[in-house]
Ligand binder design. Structure first.
Ligand SMILES: [Fe+2]
Ligand SMILES: [Fe+2]
Length: 272
């Protein structure tokens, strides 16, 4: 499996960085796009600079209904004539954040499912787009995670309700007997996602590629996430909303179990 980071908060020379995420995956002859970054132009430009032909993607996944993952979705639908896009049923509901300065709308474009009804597939809990591919949502939040969790809302601007992130959809990819996990922001907590995966496939994934949503979290929260990752022993490639401070701390704690990714990075898994 080869994973190319198309959009991230950080970028190698010649690429544009922006708060958001988009990963391009080639596995067993299939081409997958996981998230679309915050803007269409950015996705198209970075993909072109990296030699990735988005028109050849076979299917795509939206990790959750936040603009920094969905902003390039319409540009993708126009650049690619055929690939279905899987998103949890409620990903296109309104979503907000309030960090003490009032409610800020961070929704995906809520009109997209109406305008692209045949392209956007909206499963509720789980879908298998092909052999060895599982998109799943509804991860139970068994272990509390992060102070930021309570700053997110859904509902409406007039009547916001606390967010439960059931619109997060993660992707499992199998190559041979080996599974890999892709997660966008892991708002539900990466430990909860990893434990849920074990229930689904009966073992741990060989690696996880994910944002860990630790920007602005306390060192204590970061240490708790580090402990949970260490206990589970799954190698982590992280990017996007993990943030450089949390990464530095996790890197101390986890050593070679964790590595940092940015736009332009290419990861190769398997066959070694
Ligand atoms: Fe998010
Ligand atoms: Fe994000």
């Amino acid at each position: 499996m080869i994973v190319t980071v198309l959009v991230d908060n950080n970028a190698r020379e010649g690429l544009t960085a922006a708060h958001g995420l988009s990963l391009y995956v080639e596995t067993d002859g299939r081409r997958i796009l996981f998230d679309f970054g915050p803007k269409g132009e950015l996705l198209l430009q970075n993909a072109e600079a990296l030699g990735v032909d988005l028109s050849k993607v076979d299917f795509a996944v939206l990790s959750h209904g936040h603009y920094d993952h969905s902003g390039g979705l319409e540009a993708f639908l126009q650049a690619n004539p055929k690939a279905p896009v899987y998103a949890q049923k409620d990903a296109f509901q309104p979503h907000y954040v309030d960090k003490g300065e009032g409610l800020r709308d961070i929704s995906a474009d809520v009109t997209l499912p109406e305008r692209y009804p045949t392209r956007i597939k909206r499963p509720f809990a789980l879908v298998q787009p092909g052999d060895g591919l599982i998109c799943f949502a509804l991860v139970p939040r068994k272990i509390p995670f992060g102070e930021a969790y309570d700053t997110f809302f859904s509902g409406s601007a007039e009547e916001p309700v606390p967010e439960d992130f059931h619109h997060e959809m993660h992707l499992l990819i199998r190559e041979g007997l080996t599974w890999y996990l892709l997660a966008g922001c892991a708002h539900q907590g990466i430990a909860n996602v990893l434990d849920h995966v074990e229930g689904l496939i009966g073992k741990k994934p060989a690696a996880v590629i994910a944002g860990l949503h630790l920007i602005g979290e306390t060192p204590e929260t970061v240490a708790t996430v580090g402990d949970a990752l260490k206990e589970r022993g799954v190698p982590v490639c992280t990017c996007h909303c993990t943030g450089s401070e949390a990464y530095a701390q996790l890197s101390e704690q986890l050593g070679t179990q964790i590595r940092f990714l940015q736009a332009g990075d290419v990861l190769e898994f398997g066959d070694d």
